[in-house]
Design a protein around this ligand. Sequence first.
Ligand code: PEP
Length: 251
Amino acid sequence: MTHKLTPLIAGNWKMNGLVNELSQIETLCDALKNKTTPECDVLICPPVTLLSQMSAMCSEVLTGAQDCHVATSGAHTGDISAQMLADAGASYIIVGHSERRADHHETDGLVNAKAKSALDAGLVPIICVGETHAERLGALAITVVEQQLNGSVPDLEGRQVIVIAYEPVWAIGTGLVPDENDIKTMHAAIREWLINRFGDNGIAVRILYGGSLKPSNAKEILTIPHVNGGLIGGASLKADDLLGIINTIGA
Ligand code: PEP
């Protein structure tokens, strides 16, 4: 069953962006305020150095973080808690991005704890999953993603909300994209997993696609059933590229 969910277009700036790049957000704010864009939620996850300033720019652009520590506070030099990120204006936190799983050896258990700390701070975790190229070639993509979901998705209480981002590792920043059928099959499998785990509440969880999404392929990808938006790296750095993606919605 497909269900009409407001698409979420989420930008991940990664370790990019200085204060002067906030001009891109001004452009984005202007376009979204003028309502020249289709209905969707727009989120930017900048480096934490820009979070407060970006959060204060306009209510049309939601802001989020790219990671958090599992604890609320304490002796963890260099780390930032979900509560602090909420205090700085974040409403979402990306957890378990493949770059963090690879660079910082993050396990499913740690991602699960981070997602839980985001929820405890009143934020929405965007929980990332996705297979490597070798796993895709070995016909293991769905098995691997289901294992990651089993380990990384926490139990939910009350009205807590999560987002899942399916990001094939080999498609991130490479210009490569899975074929439409593979995205369709994976998103349907993730929806089924969510319904098995959360019952009817699983129908309302947004599932984003991420990996080399850009204006030229957005329409095809964002209209695939159970693709409820995108997690976008490179093409989120320039307002015009992001608006190019947003404007394909419903076009
Ligand atoms: C990402 O980092 O989550 C991502 C999808 O990057 P890109 O769009 O550049 O492939």
